[in-house]
Design a protein around this ligand. Structure first.
Ligand code: SF4
Ligand code: SF4
Length: 477
């Protein structure tokens, strides 16, 4: 047996041996000219994107009983979400809601891959509307490419100005609407145009979101997905060989090559891919799905529509590019329901049930009691021992409510003064309150007492809060 290893000279400059493509580390972005395409998935995507955008722009204008349907009222520390009011005390519930959304996303991703990215992500939605405007103003892919290559003239300047003006209009509407979820929109819009907004922050955030939308959806587009989005990076861990992904079938498509429509691919030794490049031209991230599964693929399925239209023209069966799984591509069985999907699904159902229960049994009243730290106790005009407190009573409902405050926990303890209070919807009231007891009732220096707030109109709306009642040391005989 020879002890020598055969050596082959490879010249990296020789293109015949250089199979690896090298790119600059900081390569300049190549502008992607996306071709508009029609098809089943494009229709689903359009519906989803217009629907979501409509929801975004309309929801803040919908009011129920005079209350904005979704309003994050930060100055008053309460969030109105579809008729429910969330207070700082409900922060856990809101965190819970976010966790449910995250698990919902994981569940969907495990089943259907990147449908969130392709059909519902705000970056996708706004890029879609910006591209739609671009197509209407500058024309088709070829016309846009020609326009960019042409020297500046009046027509080009007008088209570019119109495009950027339309983008800025949408971006401004987006920024204004976004702030309208934190500042009542029906006040924000007139206040904005009459320069009557008291807080400069509102102007700042409108400007910020206008600029962010214009840059992200107009200029950066796929760069956001490729380089800025963390979800794009880690979602592959939720993928397995049964996850639905957009894939090209190389067994059917290769070897690729152009041919006459009348030619039989088998006779000329070709697969079904006619190498027309349509799938690349319609791709919003500019990739070639025929190179295999790539993290740049947002799963929008536009390449499926493009390829299906080509297959139809060639009178080949559709589905050369399709939603499929790695298992199916290898000719194996693929399961929709598997341990991972059951796990995410079960976790989701449990969390949603617990959230619904907690939300349904949440009391629309809150009571906090703070002892007056200035004086431990005093003797009042009746000769009783008196302690002072400040009660924070919150009416967390959307109706005017009267509450009766009582105190218990030791013999003869009672409230000195008014004990009935009427609160407006969502009102938080600080109530100074004195509690008295006969000196003879004090068996210790320190008694545990409990304050109770009971709604007059609804026996189920009641709450308790513990505190202490202090007095002099009891006389022992
Ligand atoms: S490869 Fe296809 S599915 Fe993926 S982003 Fe491009 S067009 Fe969309
Ligand atoms: S659209 Fe279909 S036929 Fe055309 S290059 Fe892409 S995979 Fe091949």
């Amino acid at each position: 047996m020879s002890t020598k290893i055969p050596v082959q000279n490879i010249d990296p400059q020789d293109p015949s041996t250089a199979k690896v493509k090298t790119v600059e580390l900081y390569e300049a972005r190549k502008k992607i000219y996306v071709k508009e395409i029609t098809g089943v998935f494009q229709k689903v995507r359009s519906f989803s994107l217009w629907f979501l955008m409509g929801m975004y722009f309309l929801f803040c204008w919908i009011s129920v009983d005079g209350q904005q349907l979704v309003l994050f009222d930060l100055p008053n520390r309460k969030f109105h979400i579809f008729g429910a009011i969330f207070w700082p005390q409900d922060f856990v519930l809101l965190s819970w809601l976010l966790i449910i959304c995250a698990f919902g996303l994981f569940f969907i991703t495990t089943l259907f891959g990147r449908v969130w990215c392709g059909y519902t992500c705000p970056q996708t939605v706004w890029t879609f509307i910006f591209m739609w405007l671009e197509e209407r103003i500058e024309g088709s892919r070829n016309q846009r490419m020609k326009l960019d290559q042409a020297a500046m003239n009046k027509q080009k300047a007008l088209k570019k100005a119109a495009k950027h003006a339309s983008w800025l209009f949408v971006a401004f509407a987006t920024g204004l609407t976004f702030v309208g979820y934190f500042y009542p929109i029906r006040e924000l819009v007139p206040d904005f145009f009459t320069f009557d907004i008291s807080s400069g922050w509102a102007y700042f955030w409108i400007g910020f979101f206008t600029l962010a939308t214009y840059i992200n959806a107009g200029w950066m587009r796929e760069q956001v997905c490729l380089y800025m989005c963390p979800y794009a990076r880690f979602q592959s861990v939720m993928f397995d060989r049964d996850t639905l992904v957009v894939s090209y079938d190389p067994n059917r498509g290769e070897p690729r090559g152009s041919r006459k429509r009348s030619a039989d691919p088998k006779e000329i030794g070709l697969g079904d891919c006619v190498d027309c490049g349509m799938c690349v031209q319609v791709c919003p991230t500019g990739i070639d799905i025929r190179d295999g599964l790539q993290y740049e693929c947002i799963g929008c399925a536009l390449c499926i529509d493009a390829c299906d239209s080509v297959m139809e023209k060639m009178e080949y069966p559709k589905g050369l590019i399709s939603y499929t799984t790695e298992q199916k591509l290898e000719g194996k069985d693929s399961k929709l329901l598997r341990p991972r999907t059951f796990g995410y699904g079960l976790a989701l159902v449990i969390m949603m049930s617990a959230f619904a229960f907690k939300l349904g049994t949440r009391l629309p009243v809150e009571l906090d009691v703070i002892r007056d730290r200035g004086a431990l106790f005093q003797t009042n005009a009746k000769g009783y021992i008196e302690n002072a407190y400040t009660l924070q009573l919150m009416n967390m409902s959307d109706q005017v409510r009267t509450f009766v405050i009582t105190v218990a926990g030791m013999d003869g303890v009672s409230i000195s003064g008014n004990s009935e209070f009427t609160l407006e919807p969502s009102e938080v009231r600080s109530i100074p309150m004195a509690v008295e007891a006969k000196p003879s009732a004090l068996t210790e220096r320190n008694h545990d007492i409990v304050f109770k707030a009971q709604a007059v109109d609804d026996a189920s709306v009641k709450i308790e809060s513990e505190s202490r009642f202090l007095g002099p040391a009891p006389v022992k005989f």
